[in-house]
Design a protein around this ligand. Structure first.
Ligand code: HEC
Ligand code: HEC
Length: 323
C-alpha cells in the first residue's frame, strides 16, 4: 500500500516535471527549442498524467468499500450437504487453497508465481476452522463466494475468482463442509497488490465481476445426465474463462492462450474418449494435455457430472475457427 502510494506520487511528480519543462521550452528564445521541446514535453506530460490517472484508479478500485448487502443464509448442516460440499471443495477450492491441490484447505501457493507476473502477494489463505474461517459467519462466506467482498466491505482477492455460478444449495454445501473440516493452524501472508496489479486493475484487465452486484438467488437443475446439468458444470467449472464465451477457443487476453475449440473437438470424441482424456490427461490422438488445462480437477467430477458435461459439449453447434 505504502509502496503503491510512493509510485503514485512519483508518477504525478514526473507529470508535473514534464509540464514545467514544457512551459520552459515554450518560453525559450530559439524557435526549434520551442517546437521540438513543446511537442516532446506535451507528449511526456500527457503520458505521465495518463499513467497517474490509471494508477490512481487502480488503487481506488482495490481499496474502496463495496456495499454489497449480506444475505441471510441460515441453514442446517446436514450430512448430505457435508458430503456434497467436500466433493465440490475438492473440485473448486483445493486447486488454490492447498499446496498440493487436495483437501484440507490449509492455504496455498502465491498465485502470482503461477501467473509468471509480479502481481504481489496473492496467497489463498487457510480456510479450515483453524484459519480465516473462524472470523467469518456462514453468511460472510456466502458473500465472499458470490461477490468476493469481506464483511468490512473491502474487496478480497477472492473477488477476482468469484464462484458465482455455484447454486445456492451447492454454495451452502461447501460452507457446511468447511465448518466441520478438521481445524489446522497455518498462516499465509496477507494480500499485497504490486504496482503491476494496481496498474492492471486501473486498466480494467483485472476486475472483480461480482463486487458491486446485489446477490441473486442461483438455482441448479437437478443432478442428472442432462445437457442442462452439463451446462451448469461448465458454468461453475469456468471453461469459458479459457475456451471463450462460445467455447470455440476464442478467448481474448488476459485469458491464457491455447484454449481449444471445444465445439469441434469434443463432438469427434466418444464418451469414453472424453472420460479418458479428463481422467488421465491423454486425448484420443495420444496428446498429453498441457497446463493450464485443469484436467486433474475436471477429472474429479463424478460419472454423472462428467457425462452431463460431455452431453452439453456435444450439444453445442460447431463453430469453425475464426468465425
Ligand atoms: C483461483 C484461486 C482460488 C479459488 C479457486 C478459490 N479461492 Fe478462495 N481465495 C483465493 C485468494 C487468493 C484469497 C485471498 C484473499 C485475500 O487475502 O484478499 C482467497 C480467500 C478466500 C476466503 C477468505 C476471504 C478473505 O478475504 O478473508 C474464503 C472464505 C475463500 N477464499 C473461500 C473459497 C472457497 C470456499 C472456494 C471454493 C468454492 C475458493 N475460495 C476458491 C483464491 C481462490
Ligand atoms: C485455465 C484455463 C482452462 C480452463 C479453465 C479450462 N481449459 Fe480446457 N484447455 C485449456 C488449454 C490451454 C487447452 C489446450 C491444452 C493442450 O492441448 O495441451 C485445453 C484443452 C482442452 C480439451 C482438449 C482438447 C484436445 O484437443 O485435446 C478439452 C476437451 C477441454 N480443454 C475441456 C475443458 C472443459 C470442459 C473445461 C471446463 C470444465 C475446461 N477445458 C477448462 C485451458 C483451460
Amino acid at each position: 500500500m505504502l509502496g503503491n502510494l510512493l509510485v503514485l506520487v512519483l508518477l504525478i511528480a514526473l507529470a508535473a516535471l514534464f509540464g514545467w519543462l514544457t512551459y520552459r521550452a515554450l518560453r525559450a528564445k530559439k524557435l526549434w527549442v520551442k517546437i521540438v521541446g513543446g511537442i516532446l514535453g506535451v507528449a511526456a506530460t500527457l503520458l505521465f498524467a495518463a499513467f497517474s490517472f490509471v494508477f490512481a484508479k487502480g488503487m481506488y478500485e482495490l481499496n474502496r468499500p463495496h456495499p454489497v448487502a449480506a444475505v441471510n443464509v441460515a441453514f442446517e448442516h446436514t450430512p448430505e450437504q457435508v458430503a456434497r460440499g467436500e466433493h465440490l471443495a475438492g473440485l473448486l477450492c483445493a486447486s488454490c487453497h492447498s499446496m498440493n491441490g487436495t483437501l484440507p484447505l490449509t492455504g496455498g501457493k502465491n498465485l502470482s508465481e503461477d501467473s509468471g507476473l509480479p502481481l504481489g502477494d496473492l496467497y489463498p489463505p487457510n480456510i479450515t476452522p483453524g484459519g480465516r474461517l473462524k472470523e467469518l459467519t456462514d453468511a460472510d462466506v456466502f458473500r465472499i463466494l458470490r461477490s468476493g467482498v469481506r464483511p468490512d466491505g473491502q474487496l478480497s482477492a477472492m473477488g477476482f475468482f468469484p464462484v458465482r455460478a455455484l447454486s445456492d444449495e451447492d454454495a451452502k454445501a461447501v460452507i457446511a463442509y468447511l465448518r466441520q473440516a478438521p481445524a489446522v493452524e497455518n498462516t499465509t501472508p496477507p494480500l499485497s497488490a504490486s504496482p503491476l496489479l494496481v496498474a492492471f486493475t486501473g486498466l480494467g484487465f483485472i476486475t472483480a465481476p461480482g463486487a458491486d452486484q446485489p446477490i441473486q438467488p442461483v438455482t441448479a437443475p437437478p443432478k442428472a445426465v442432462t445437457v442442462e446439468y452439463g451446462k451448469y458444470i461448465a458454468d461453475f467449472g469456468d471453461c469459458r474463462a479459457c475456451h471463450g464465451e462460445k467455447l470455440d477457443g476464442n478467448a481474448p487476453p488476459p485469458a491464457p492462450p491455447g484454449g481449444s475449440n471445444l465445439t469441434v473437438i469434443v463432438p469427434k470424441w466418444s464418451k469414453d474418449d472424453f472420460f479418458k482424456a479428463m481422467r488421465t490427461g491423454v486425448d484420443p490422438t495420444g496428446h498429453q494435455m498441457q497446463p493450464p488445462m485443469p484436467w486433474q480437477t475436471i477429472g474429479k467430477l463424478d460419472d454423472v457430472e462428467l457425462e452431463a458435461l460431455y452431453l452439453y459439449l456435444h450439444s453445442l453447434p460447431p463453430i469453425a475457427p475464426n468465425q
